[in-house]
Design a protein around this ligand. Structure first.
Ligand code: FAD
Ligand code: NA7
Length: 537
């Protein structure tokens, strides 16, 4: 093996990449190198340092579960973790796992090509070439940022930022700020900045449904009890549908009286949590339009009670069905009761252009601004893969393989791309993500161990398996309401991107059963090529 040849190459230093590196280097004894284009680890939480950034998965389960000591040493004060807290946790985990030394930071991987004759991947990272038997991609599903194409941005005299690439040291105190975008990120930014800036204008194209987060301090006793019960907690999470730490409801919304529905929704509103509101109240909010409307109308009424100015309330009230990744916030709607916070509904008055002084809308109004924040989201799931050149067996380009739609067997592997793995690739589980990431890392590294033991040099999914998995995901998604609105969940948020099913929506427990069975049966859905023999020979 020459200096630049490895057993495994890892790309990404988020939850997926770091656990993968730990498995390869520390557990399997692989010669491993890892690349990360950011200047340090934490992935999402390295890049998203915008004001108000926080996880909407509860603190006790937004972390790794595989290391008991890390769980025991886990520190948190409130039910949800802010970006600086997650960043600190993650860096501590990286050091405890002792994987920093395998990483080259500030190093972007630009291409990866499979060399059939040698059964190796050749990767170009930071301009240098490296080779490895296994290529492990943990590029992030919400990582490739989406910049909207608004004319005149380059003429703007103030500062502008994307939340997903937030620089250090930005102080917006006393400035006039425009926030474009009202997803999870935009609502967090607005909530945090409203009382710090001189004036805030929130530019909303599509108002969304948001419920309270329920962020509160947890007592030492509560935290102790969680730590004492972690085995049961993770068992529940791993076998649940969305992995958010609550039991999903099994009761259809219309099977109970209207009074009972209101009571259940009110209880969930008081408790907090977006996924809890959508999946913990009733079993069919995400699958039945009548149930969906019951939940939606409850939230609409709340918005209209909280926001005192009827015109602002009207602009903030969603009109589409409740079918995006469910949002929760820490007082978002109430911020619009402040004099210095305004809302512009872009469906009524679209942005015409950006000029040096601010944003001009089609009605001719100039919204004067010192800073513009783009909370416009991501080219989700396949975005980062398409930004690299990835060539598989027989010169197949991943972009051609995904010409119709991005698809991966079990969300991790693609036909014609041997020994090439993705964490949270297209058609993986739609959940609280750390447990799904762990599930995939463990399944992938188990497959690699099995291949090594069985003298298999190249393993890739059969075309039939990829197609069947795609159909399974299509059928499951078709039974939900998520495809009925144009969100990132279906890749429908990016101009020019063809919407398609990007997730397996039957839940984490079901996913674990499927992948467990594939492994237990000796990976019958995979092509296996022994060493020194090509697939076609
Ligand atoms: P990431 O953390 O995205 O890491 C991928 C890394 O790969 C990045 O650091 C990137 O720089 C690097 N990379 C990509 N391409 C290359 C390349 N070509 N060369 C070198 N490096 C590359 N999930 C939840 O479950 N709950 C939440 O509450 C939650 N909140 C979120 C809030 C925000 C603002 C965002 C953006 C996401 C949130 N997520 C949440 C999703 C979050 O992305 C996942 O939970 C998790 O952090 C993903 O980890 P990862 O390792 O798969 O990817
Ligand atoms: P989202 O949920 O994709 O939200 C992006 C927001 O930006 C949304 O309100 C979009 O409006 C808006 N947007 C996007 N492009 C434009 C243009 N061109 N003009 C005006 N408004 C625009 O991204 P987030 O970062 O908030 O959250 C992504 C996930 O990360 C989230 O679910 C968490 O899991 C963490 P639209 O709705 O498309 O009309």
């Amino acid at each position: 093996m020459d200096n630049n040849t490895y057993d495994a190459i890892v790309i990404g230093a988020g939850f997926g990449g770091v656990y993968g590196t730990h498995k390869f280097a520390n557990e399997m004894g692989f010669k491993t190198i890892a690349f990360e284009k950011g200047s340090g680890p934490a992935g999402t939480w390295h890049w998203n340092r915008y004001p108000g950034a926080l996880s909407d998965t509860q603190s006790y389960i937004y972390r790794y579960s595989f290391d008991k000591e890390l769980l025991e040493e886990g520190e948190w004060e409130q039910t949800y973790l802010t970006q600086p807290e997650i960043y600190k946790y993650f860096n501590k985990a990286v050091d405890k796992l002792n994987v920093r030394k395998y990483y080259k930071f500030n190093t972007e991987v630009t291409s990866a090509r499979y060399i059939d004759d040698e059964q190796l991947w050749e990767v170009v990272a930071g301009g240098e070439t490296y080779r490895a038997r296994y290529l492990f991609n943990a590029l992030g599903l919400l990582s490739a940022i989406n910049w909207p194409n608004i004319p005149g941005l380059d003429t703007f005299a103030g500062d502008y930022y994307h939340t997903g690439a937030w620089p250090e040291g930005v102080d917006l105190t006393g400035r006039r700020v425009g926030v474009i975008g009202s997803g999870s990120t935009g609502t967090q930014v607005v909530t945090e900045l409203a009382d710090k800036v001189e004036h805030l204008t929130h530019f909303i194209r599509t108002p969304q449904y948001s419920v309270p987060l329920g962020k509160r301090t947890q007592s030492e006793e509560e935290i102790r009890e969680i730590k004492d019960n972690y085995d049961e907690i993770w068992d529940q999470v791993m076998n649940s549908q969305v992995g958010f730490g609550f039991e999903e409801s099994t009761i259809p919304a219309m099977s109970v009286s209207e009074e009972e529905r209101e009571r259940v929704f009110e209880e969930a509103w008081q408790k907090g949590g977006g996924f809890n509101f959508m999946f913990g109240t009733f079993s069919d909010i995400a699958t039945d339009l009548e149930a969906n409307e019951a939940a939606a109308s409850f939230i609409r009424k709340k918005i209209n009670t909280i926001v005192k100015d009827p015109e602002k309330a009207r602009k903030l009230t969603p009109t589409e069905i409740y079918a995006r990744r469910p949002l929760c916030d820490n007082g978002f709607y109430d911020k619009f009761n402040r004099e210095n916070v305004d809302v512009v509904l872009l469906k009524e008055t679209p942005i015409k252009e950006i000029v040096p002084e601010g944003i001009v809308t089609e009605d001719g109004t100039l919204h004067e601004l010192d800073a513009i924040i783009f909370a416009t989201g991501f080219d989700a799931v396949d975005g980062n893969y398409r930004r690299m050149e990835i060539i598989g067996r027989n010169g197949v380009d991943l972009n051609d393989e995904w010409a119709d739609e991005p698809s991966a067997y079990l969300g991790t592997t693609v036909a014609n791309f041997p020994n090439w793995y993705m964490i949270l690739g297209p058609r993986g589980p739609f959940t609280n993500l750390p447990p799904s990431i762990e599930t995939q890392v463990e399944w992938i590294t188990d497959q690699i161990k099995w291949a090594e033991e069985n003298n298999i040099a190249a393993i890739e999914p059969k075309r039939s398996a990829v197609d069947e998995w795609a159909k399974t995901c299509d059928d499951i998604a078709a039974a939900t309401v998520f495809g009925q609105v144009p969100s990132w969940i279906f890749g429908a948020n990016v101009e020019g991107k063809k919407p398609s099913v990007l997730f397996y929506m039957a839940g984490l427990g079901a996913y674990r059963n499927v992948i467990g069975e594939v492994a237990a049966n000796g990976y019958p859905t995979f092509e296996k090529t022994p060493a020194h023999q090509t697939a076609t020979s």
